[in-house]
Design a protein around this ligand. Structure first.
Ligand SMILES: Cc1ncc(COP(=O)(O)O)c(C=O)c1O
Length: 308
């Protein structure tokens, strides 16, 4: 990880190495915390711009509400904090930046009563390139259907970007990597396609772009962006359930996420998707997406918050 200079911690900019927590931090033990993942790209006039800052920060506030964390800052204050942090670290960044706000239960009380420990907030930002690698973006990845079902809606709060939800993701990713794949595709408890370990998913069949509903997936901001781009490009988009066998016979498929951006899927469970190459629709959507996040598309410029 490429370190930056400062981390925002409970209202102060502190030096990266000093942004530490006590070993009895509540979230470390019991897993109630929520976070965001937001990207800032170098765009117009080489200025950094945060992509969909308001939407990511709103989702953080919503995640707090779902998990009963009383965030001590407003959405507006958290947005300003992210801008302030980027400004303070600008000298540390050459390439694209990943921003990680985290709301967690701190030091002061143990046990299951989440009302007792303090609620702390930290925001880190560091330079982070393509999550699954440049080659993944250009040539696609090999994916395995996970033996782990996505978190059940009967017991987990999937609309929250909650720390604890990512145990399920890590188990799926670990299994996929150890089996020689690059990412996991997770099915819901009824066997329908849910999402990747940290990405939403799309397939293309007969010129139609298809993505599963959010019942078992995070309400993804990149997925929403892709849907908006596709509609703007005149592509039909359908939100409906997808089965594993339908995925095998898709013409194209790709993952979407803030970290993963638009990563094509070359194969699933040893079956090539289409001819195993990156499909034409995927390429067109990728190009438009990178134009938008890098400030080359006036129509979607409202998604960008420039850092002066
Ligand atoms: C489980 C999960 N699903 C989907 C996504 C994609 O969401 P977004 O596009 O908002 O980053 C992410 C990443 O944040 C994720 O962790």
């Amino acid at each position: 990880m490429k370190e930056a200079k400062y981390i925002w911690k409970d209202g102060q900019l502190v030096e990266w190495k000093n942004a530490t927590v006590h070993i009895l931090t509540h979230t470390l033990h019991y897993g109630n915390g929520v976070f965001e993942g937001t990207r800032a790209y170098k765009g117009k006039n080489s200025k950094f711009a945060i992509f969909r800052l308001q939407d990511h920060t709103k989702r953080l506030i919503d995640s707090c509400k779902i998990t009963a964390l009383k965030c001590p800052y407003t959405q507006e204050q958290l947005e300003q904090a992210q801008i302030e942090l980027l400004r303070a670290n600008l000298d540390s960044f050459d390439g694209n930046v990943y921003i990680r706000p985290l709301v967690y239960l701190g030091y002061g009380a143990m046990g299951m009563d989440l009302r007792k420990p303090p609620v702390n907030v930290a925001i880190a930002a560091w330079e982070w390139g393509a999550y699954l690698g440049e080659d993944a973006i250009n040539n696609g990845i090999k994916v395995k259907t996970s033996s782990f079902a996505r978190n059940s809606v009967k017991s987990t709060l999937n609309k929250a970007k909650a720390v604890s939800n990512y145990l399920n993701s890590q188990m799926a990713k670990y299994e996929a990597l150890e089996c020689g794949f690059e990412e996991a595709l997770m099915l819901d408890e009824n066997g329908f396609v849910a999402e990747g370990s940290a990405e939403c998913v799309f397939i293309v069949r007969n010129g139609v772009l298809i993505t599963p509903p959010h019942d078992y997936a995070l309400e993804s901001i990149t997925q929403d962006t892709v849907v908006q781009i596709a509609k703007d490009m005149g592509i039909s988009v359908v939100e409906r359930r997808i089965t594993r066998d339908e995925f095998y016979i898709a013409d194209e498929a790709f993952f979407t996420g803030t970290a993963a951006e638009i990563t094509p899927i070359a194969s699933l469970d040893f079956r090539n998707i289409g001819n195993g190459q990156v499909g034409e629709m995927t390429k067109a959507l990728q190009k438009r997406f990178f134009d938008i996040v890098q400030g080359r598309d006036e129509k979607f410029d409202h998604f960008l918050t420039y850092i002066d």
